[in-house]
Design a protein around this ligand. Structure first.
Ligand SMILES: C[S@@+](CC[C@H](N)C(=O)[O-])C[C@H]1O[C@@H](n2cnc3c(N)ncnc32)[C@H](O)[C@@H]1O
Length: 269
């Protein structure tokens, strides 16, 4: 991945749209709906590795009755999504700046209805397979936080990662459906991500699948074991300036810096 020029004013930019950031996600564990003033059965969807947030923003605009949480460990990318959410005043989208390895600290069993994993880093060397977001250890953790009928939607341009993931989903007993080897040729509702636009412009096919949790499904490991496994899998912290190869974004203008109405959980911003 090529180096991205350091985004200017990252901290003030994040502060200006802080109402879209969940500062302490661990405090919302088990009470996301309550703290976000949602109905107890309101759908809660999570995107892991949201990058610049184009998918999360597009989905939140398309599905105003769903609440989306977009998680990303690199703030230089995350801030772009936060700024767009602020510009579009998306009330049903929140961002978490953290690593997926900490998911179990942020979500209680069954708290999330759907997880999106879009174009995750493929980590091609076999010895780095443990870092892939579709590694079995991650899938066990997703199983834990997903609701009874929860599901994972996964897309990638990387054939090898897709083949690997078909196996890991099957090995962890998820039920696979709507598998496609050429998403853009199929008639499936789709919001494109930033990476997806780039790959599509190069004429590359996009692979996609849905993986549903089976009734009564429980993770094979205890929570303590899963946390340990995820901690061991965490890659070294990537510097913000190495996150991506996007262009430097202009600082958000003051018109977009308003406080977010009626939406930030108490004590969050
Ligand atoms: C190849 S980019 C794709 C970004 C976006 N999903 C898209 O399709 O445009 C992968 C993103 O996942 C993030 N990521 C990778 N591993 C992660 C982890 N363990 N926790 C949170 N984010 C992660 C990276 O920082 C990067 O922004």
């Amino acid at each position: 991945m090529s180096r991205m020029r350091k985004k200017k004013n990252l901290i003030p930019r994040m502060e200006r749209c802080a109402a879209w950031l969940i500062q302490n996600p661990a405090e919302l564990r088990g009470v996301w709906r309550e703290k976000l003033s949602l109905a107890p059965d309101a759908p809660l969807y999570l995107e892991i590795g949201c990058g610049k947030g184009g998918f999360a923003c597009g989905m939140a605009a398309a599905f105003p009755d769903v609440t989306f949480i977009a998680m990303e460990r690199v703030n230089d990318a995350l801030v772009v999504g936060m700024e767009r959410a602020a510009r579009e005043n998306l009330k049903n989208l929140f961002f978490v700046s953290d690593d997926a390895a900490n998911l179990l600290d942020f979500f209680a069993p069954g708290e999330v209805d759907r997880i999106y994993i879009n174009f995750p880093d493929p980590w091609p060397p076999k010895k780095q397979a443990k870092r892939r977001l579709t590694n079995e250890r991650f899938l066990e953790a997703y199983k834990y936080i997903l609701s009874e009928e929860g599901e994972i939607h996964f897309k990638t341009d990387n054939k090898n990662l897709f083949a690997y993931s078909l196996n890991t989903f099957a090995a962890t007993d998820f039920k696979l459906s709507n598998i496609t080897f050429d998403l853009h040729a199929d008639d499936i509702f789709n919001v494109r991500t930033e990476y997806e636009e780039k790959f599509a412009s190069q004429g590359l096919p996009i692979y996609r699948l849905e993986a549903k949790k089976r009734p009564g499904m429980v993770p094979a490991l205890s929570v303590a074991e899963m946390k340990l496994a995820l901690a061991l899998m965490r890659p070294p912290k990537q510097s913000d300036s190495q996150a991506d190869e996007g262009e430097e974004e202009p600082a958000e203008d003051s018109a977009n810096a308003e406080a977010r109405p009626n939406s930030a959980p108490e004590g969050n911003a």
